[in-house]
Design a protein around this ligand. Structure first.
Ligand code: AMP
Ligand code: ZN
Ligand code: FE
Ligand code: FE
Length: 287
């Protein structure tokens, strides 16, 4: 069974709608797919119905934007939440706050980018589906649409990388430790996305903080992801063994033209999905 536990649709910053992603996953031989849009559960219902229609598996998830505070400097941490109760009021309220703050943050980024390239907020909005969680890729898409760059990768490398003069962080996002508690209280399974990934701008969250997150109830790490460096995989696997944690693998697909990541390029072991299913509040749909 091929299981890919991290994808994005047009409900956040992916370039394909839910149906297209499931069709492509099936064509790629993937049997079970998680949808993990940023700070949103908006695609879950459609994903469940499409999965049933196609005879595929579906794992509802969210990629929650968080910040790790209390260290030398704040770090951006993406926290995957699998199978939480989507009707948990506290969870939805925190997600809502992040989604609202993301709009002002993207307006600020757009204003900075407009100093270098003539784009407007309307150009950015034109790249977003109604209600989609806003992120830097929409600014990248606006720059591409205006003919200034060829693809998102180029824009991220040259303009929107973490730490550039055009970058603004999601600084009002919840602290990662409180987000772990929030997800657990909502019946979800918290797993760090692409730990020490390159997209974090080389911000190497200290290993010691992983022990603090484990203490707070972290369930595991997404070890098998193209952005996770080899050295980190080694000690993450060591920590997973020491604390008997879940280890996952995923593509982090954003559509054919969104990122190079391809559906099924990294996979999660069936026994790990079983552990997530046993821990989570919501049901996994099996193929
Ligand atoms: P934001 O949510 O605004 O911080 O943007 C982060 C998102 O940008 C990630 O989740 C990816 O979807 C996307 N991203 C980061 N680096 C790249 C890249 N090099 N090429 C395409 N998309 C990227
Ligand atoms: Zn994304
Ligand atoms: Fe991420
Ligand atoms: Fe992601």
């Amino acid at each position: 069974m091929k299981i890919d536990l991290h994808t994005h649709s047009t409900h956040s910053d992916g370039r394909e709608d839910v149906h297209t992603i499931f069709d492509s996953a099936q064509a790629a031989g993937v049997d079970v797919l998680a949808l993990t849009d940023h700070d949103s559960t908006a695609g879950w219902a459609e994903a469940a119905s499409v999965a049933r229609e196609l005879g595929m598996g579906f794992v509802p998830g969210i990629e929650v934007t968080t910040m790790a505070q209390g260290l030398n400097k704040p770090f951006s941490v993406h926290l995957l939440a699998y199978l939480p109760d989507p009707n948990n009021a506290e969870l939805q309220s925190v997600l809502r706050k992040t989604v609202v703050a993301r709009e002002q943050r993207l307006r600020d980024i757009t204003a900075l980018v407009a100093n270098g390239w003539p784009i407007t907020w309307d150009d950015v909005l034109a790249q977003l589906r109604e209600g989609a969680t806003m992120g830097r890729p929409a600014v990248a898409d606006a720059l591409i649409a205006a003919g200034h760059f060829a693809n998102r990768g180029e824009v991220f490398d040259q303009v929107l990388y973490d730490g550039s003069e055009y970058y603004v962080s999601n600084e009002s996002a919840p602290d990662v430790l409180s987000a772990i508690e929030l997800i657990l209280n909502a019946g979800g399974v918290p797993i760090i996305a692409h730990p020490l990934g390159r997209s974090a701008g080389g911000h190497a969250l200290p290993e010691a903080h992983f022990r603090v997150m484990i203490e707070a109830g972290l369930a595991g790490f997404e070890v098998y992801h193209r952005d996770v460096p080899e050295f980190a995989r080694k000690w993450l696997l060591g920590l997973a063994k020491e604390f008997d944690l879940v280890v996952t693998g995923s593509s982090d697909y954003h559509g054919l033209t969104g990122k190079d990541n391809r559906l099924g390029e990294n996979l999660t072991a069936p026994e790990m999905l079983e552990r997530i299913a046993a821990l989570g509040f919501s049901e996994v749909i099996y193929p």
